[in-house]
Write a protein that binds this ligand. Structure first.
Ligand SMILES: [Zn+2]
Length: 170
């Protein structure tokens, strides 16, 4: 856990407001640690190198939603089978506001790596998501399907790549 703390991975404004105890079990803490160390930390490190090279400003990444206990997941309208419930999924937002670049970066970064799902969530008609969902493992704890998806108007589609998207060499 180099770039992300356990606190950031379990923090939830909604949980706080609604008085939901979002404390993970030791088993789920282990999932969170595995996810951060195998995927989120390396992603954050590569994003920093990329941001420096491109002159994009702060490489900080905010986790807008990480672990969600059953009650919290219900409160935010998450899918019943969401990997967030198991500490395997995280919604990420780059603090420099470069969402288009971050989307392309995540896709490039995950090429050839073990992961379950990358979802560009709630895309607008310009292909810009509100956040990028990175799922390290399926809730079964085993599968890493390597899916690239876009969530548009509540429907999952193969990830839409716009011709204007530049390709990054990482
Ligand atoms: Zn998510």
């Amino acid at each position: 856990m180099k770039y992300f703390t356990m606190e950031e991975c379990i923090h939830s404004k909604v949980a706080r407001e609604k008085g939901i105890d979002n404390t993970p079990s030791p088993e789920i803490e282990a999932h969170i640690t595995e996810s951060v160390e195998s995927l989120l930390d390396p992603l954050r490190e590569a994003w920093e190198a990329c941001s420096r090279k491109q002159g994009w400003g702060t490489p900080a990444i905010r986790i807008s939603s990480g672990y969600r206990c059953r009650e919290l997941n219900r409160a935010v309208g998450g899918s019943v089978t969401s990997a967030h419930r198991y500490g395997y999924a995280f919604d990420l937002i780059p603090l420099n506001g470069r969402m288009r670049e971050f989307k392309a970066f995540c896709r490039e970064f995950l090429k050839g790596r073990a992961f379950d799902q990358l979802i560009s969530e709630n895309e607008n008609d310009q292909g810009l998501p509100q956040w990028m969902h990175v799922g390290c493992r399926h809730p079964d704890g085993k599968q890493q399907r390597g899916q690239l998806l876009s969530l548009v108007n509540g429907r999952y589609l193969p990830m839409i790549c716009f011709s204007g998207d530049f390709s990054l060499s990482l």
